[in-house]
Ligand binder design. Structure first.
Ligand SMILES: C[S@@+](CC[C@H](N)C(=O)[O-])C[C@H]1O[C@@H](n2cnc3c(N)ncnc32)[C@H](O)[C@@H]1O
Length: 370
């Protein structure tokens, strides 16, 4: 309906004044303050929602990360610590990490969730929430975790045509939305030139200039501590590979299904692209942080001891007293395996850990597995 308050109508009104870049379309679709996908009060993350993330798949994730927090707090000694989950969504991960922390650690650490939208945050004790990182007290040492924050930042869709970089914009057509190509803004030409990356003719690439800027904010927050980033992404040579990723990585998620129709139902589906981990790594190193780990999530969790969780223990070691219990256990075991097996989320998500002033070696996540 033309007068309805909906993301589509907001976008249509904006398009009266001219085409919109996909980046700005995505900003409105996901983050319009009242109507955007991430501004709604119901969480899009969950088994009955649009997509699932690692903390929700299995308690093995929280358990392993809990081990890292204990190690971190032990190394911090008597210092007052801030443990922050940025892009925390409904806050379930940071609530669970607080709940799993030993009482002595709860006394010396403060737990915080940060998200652009706080309307979905679940109630619970012991965790404070803020919309921006700079509103969080830093304490003396900081541990900043994020899970799938960077892949939710608005990005530009770019395509190479006859040695000229074009950017995909949106126009209104027949009351719907359609793609149009404009010459790319010079900052995107600069992005590839600075990285010495040549896209092939007809190759698409999805780039957010906010990956680096947002990570830089996190680096400035950490005076002494660790930044642990879980996300879908690759180093730049792989991310912008001419044949492996000729069509870019942009995708839409709705009801556990992936689609390439990024313009359908704005505000009703998630939009995401794989991130350039090299941008984050360089930004951290420029700010004086050391890279302590960069690899697949499966390796990270296994090094932290995920393999000893009872859900990943050999079947013979498990006791069940009924068929129902056995069936539930089988499901939980399959979920746990998704986090660490080579064909699941454990393979697709990468983890970058950078640190400052906490020691470069001897961390649990750096343990050699074989
Ligand atoms: C893909 S969701 C991940 C949610 C949660 N970490 C999880 O694993 O379920 C991305 C979240 O990042 C938040 N977000 C996006 N940009 C942000 C920013 N600049 N600062 C803080 N949160 C942000 C969104 O509101 C959304 O809740």
């Amino acid at each position: 309906m033309p007068g309805d308050r909906s993301v589509s109508n907001v976008l249509r009104n904006m398009l009266q004044h001219g085409d919109l870049s996909f980046r700005d379309f995505m900003e409105v679709a996901l983050y319009h303050p009242e109507l955007g996908y991430y501004s709604r009060s119901e969480s899009p993350v969950g088994r009955n929602a649009d997509y699932v993330t690692s903390p929700m798949i299995s308690p093995v994730f929280v358990d392993s990360l809990g081990g890292l927090i204990s190690e971190f707090l032990s190394r911090a000694g008597d210092a007052v610590c801030s443990v922050v989950d940025i892009g925390c969504g409904d806050g379930s991960l940071i609530h669970s990490l607080y709940a799993a922390a030993a009482p002595s650690f709860r006394e010396k650490a403060r737990f915080y969730g940060v998200d652009r939208s706080l309307d979905r945050v679940l109630p619970g004790e012991g965790v404070a929430f803020a919309r921006q990182l700079d509103a969080v007290p830093r304490g003396e040492v900081q541990l900043v975790i994020s899970n799938e924050l960077f892949d939710a930042l608005p990005f530009a869709r770019l395509v190479m045509r006859d040695e000229h970089l074009h950017e995909l914009w949106i126009a209104e057509r027949d009351a719907g939305f359609d793609w149009v190509e404009h010459e790319a803004e010079p900052r995107y030409d600069d992005y590839f030139a600075e990285r010495d990356i040549d896209l092939r003719d007809g190759q698409f690439a999805d780039v957010s200039l906010e990956w680096e800027a947002t990570y830089d904010d996190v680096c400035r927050f950490v005076s002494r501590g660790l930044i642990v980033t879980f996300d879908y992404g690759h180093p730049e040579r792989q991310l912008f590979h001419g044949s492996a990723r000729r069509f870019g990585t942009a995708a839409a998620y709705s009801r556990q299904r992936v689609s390439r129709d990024l313009l359908a139902n704005p505000g009703e589906q998630d939009l995401t692209a794989h991130i350039n981990f090299s941008d984050l790594q360089r930004a951290g190193e420029r700010r004086g942080l050391e890279t302590l780990f960069f690899d697949r999530q499966a390796k990270f969790l296994l090094a932290l001891g995920a393999g000893s969780h009872h859900l990943l223990a050999p079947l013979d070691d498990l006791q069940v007293s009924s068929v129902v219990e056995a069936l539930q256990l089988r499901e939980q075991r399959e979920d746990a395996r998704r986090l660490v097996l080579p064909d699941g989320i454990g393979e697709d998500i990468r983890v970058l850990v950078q640190g400052r002033g906490m020691g470069q070696g001897g961390w649990g996540f750096q343990r050699k597995l074989f």
